[in-house]
Design a protein around this ligand. Structure first.
Ligand code: FES
Length: 191
């Protein structure tokens, strides 16, 4: 078992949420937010289904529909590079390659749509279809912070600074999203 495994009480949370609108979505969000690796394990998906007495297929449908749910362990920090048309024409592929190289993502294919997490689970690098800020392309998000009109030099500076601060920085807490809010078109977002 992962030494950072979550000890979140799924059943207690389900009891609290049962009968409320969006109970399943809320439960999955709480599970993911509580997990040090910010993902929904197979075990926790099964527990959520049992705790809310809903079919596992329904839990899986929700978990795979919303792009902000992760089905694999995530790095402590997340770098998301927009690969939409506007950002692409302004050099986002180069930024993605630079980020992957700087963060030691050996084996990552920048042309793939999949996310990649470093072996030490320090960084996850991923792409998004559009941040909705095309006029500010190219756009990169580091954790929850958006950087517009990103340049290779600035990206290196920001990531280098982030790496230096990495050991001191508290664990990243993902922004919560709620039912009805548009899910970002993140790669692997099961669109
Ligand atoms: S294409 Fe990158 S923000 Fe829209």
């Amino acid at each position: 078992m992962d030494s950072r495994a979550s000890v979140f009480d799924v059943e207690a949370a389900a009891e609290r949420l049962r009968g409320k609108p969006g109970a399943l979505l809320g439960l999955l969000e709480e599970i993911q937010d509580s997990d040090p690796a910010r993902y929904l394990s197979e075990e926790n998906l099964k527990r959520a289904a049992a705790a809310l007495a809903v079919p596992p297929s329904q839990v899986w449908s929700v978990a795979t529909f919303y792009g902000f749910f992760n089905l694999q362990p995530q790095g402590r920090r997340t770098i998301t590079v927009c690969r939409g048309t506007a950002c692409h024409t302004r050099g986002s592929l180069g930024l993605l390659k630079d980020a992957a190289s700087l963060l030691g993502c050996e084996g990552y294919d920048p042309n793939s749509e999949g996310a990649f997490t470093t072996a030490d689970r320090e960084y996850t690098i991923r792409t998004v279809a559009c941040f909705g800020q095309c006029a500010l392309a190219p756009v990169v998000m580091i954790d929850d912070e958006i950087y517009s009109r990103m340049t290779p030099g600035r990206l290196v500076a920001v990531l280098s600074g982030a790496k230096k601060r990495g050991a001191k920085k508290a664990a990243h807490v993902p922004r919560r999203r709620y039912e009805g809010e548009a899910a970002p078109s993140v790669e692997g977002a099961r669109r």
